[in-house]
Design a protein around this ligand. Structure first.
Ligand code: SF4
Ligand code: MG
Length: 321
């Protein structure tokens, strides 16, 4: 297995400005020291409540926003050191699919134009060639050539997301950041899109970082899953280990929120109280200590390290130190 993406000590802080002069009055640590590796062909799920920094992590990886600190290596190149032009060249290999296909597709453009655009940007100047490729891409995602002349509003949510995927695949990328691609869709459509994405991964040997806000969506599709809380990665391991033997109290709480398929299986239930604290003013020590039923004195003082406590099982929690 070859790593395709290595994220090391990634931080993204946003300034909070206020007052008459718009002076900096604080900062939001949206992503605060996150590290993980993604293997070629793998689907890494990243899960957490809204505001935990998962989308910011995804966008920082593509440098759609500039990381404050840290390294992002894609195919052995440190992309944080690339020039804009080098980054532009590389970006064809790394694409993003957004949650809301309504917002991410220009409503005034036909599907043909929407999918052609990245082809043109990366040098496919021949109009007929582009047309051919658009039809091919539409077929790859389960639509067909006659959809090319239509506009986004003429499609259902699921079809629109298929168009979004076709556009992302236009230049044969290696890595797709999927930022909650099915969250806006009906449950019945969600599984169709997830199945499609899994097929595409196999067919084109793609790698996904698949962001979701609950564990049930990523359960089927992921090989490994990382759980984020308030800008930090708190647990990361293989899917089955995470579901069968979760270590971090926050992961246990997230899993408790999923209805069990078999009510006879008694599981250790952990119910989360309270809301996620503001990332502008995160709790000291372990950021989860204000909601953790197992919190100890040390948790308020010392930030737990993200350690590999078992083979391929990373946890940031004082219970395991
Ligand atoms: Fe709970 Fe402490 Fe572990 Fe944080 S470090 S999850 S507060 S036990
Ligand atoms: Mg988000």
């Amino acid at each position: 297995q070859t790593p395709i993406l290595e994220v090391n000590g990634l931080k993204k802080y946003f300034d909070i400005r206020g007052g008459v002069f718009g002076r900096k009055v604080g900062e939001v640590k949206a992503v605060d020291d996150v590290s993980f590796t993604v293997m070629e062909g793998e689907i890494l799920g990243i899960v957490g409540e809204s505001g935990c920094g998962k989308s910011t992590t995804g966008k920082s990886i593509l440098r759609l926003i500039e990381p404050t600190e840290g390294k992002v290596k894609f195919q052995d190149k440190d992309i944080t050191e690339l020039s804009d032009e080098e980054m532009r060249q590389l970006r064809r290999n790394m694409q993003i699919i957004f949650q809301d296909p309504y917002a991410s597709l220009n409503p005034r453009h036909t599907v043909e134009k929407i999918i052609s655009e990245p082809l043109l940007i990366h040098g496919l100047t021949d109009k007929n060639e582009r047309k051919k490729r658009v039809t091919e891409l539409l077929e790859i995602v389960g639509l067909s050539g006659y959809h090319a002349s239509r506009y986004p509003h003429q499609f259902s949510g699921g079809q629109r997301q298929r168009v979004g995927i076709a556009r992302a695949l236009a230049n044969n990328p290696k890595l797709l950041i999927c930022d909650e691609p099915v969250s806006a869709l009906d449950v019945s459509v969600q599984s169709q899109i997830l199945n499609l994405m899994e097929e595409l991964r196999d067919e084109f040997n793609l790698t996904y970082v698949f962001i979701a806000h609950d564990l049930s969506v990523v359960k089927h599709i992921s090989d490994r899953i990382g759980v984020m809380y308030l800008g930090r990665m708190v647990e990361l391991t293989e899917k089955n280990k995470l579901y069968d033997n979760p270590k971090h109290p926050y992961t246990k709480a997230l899993l408790s929120a999923i209805p069990l398929p078999d009510p006879d299986i008694e599981k250790e239930r952990m119910i989360l109280e309270g809301d996620v604290p503001s990332p502008a003013n995160p709790p000291s020590g372990c950021a989860f200590h204000t909601r953790c039923p197992l919190a100890m004195e040390v948790c308020k003082e010392v930030r737990p390290q993200f350690n590999e406590i078992e083979d391929n099982h990373f946890v940031a929690c004082h219970l395991y130190e």
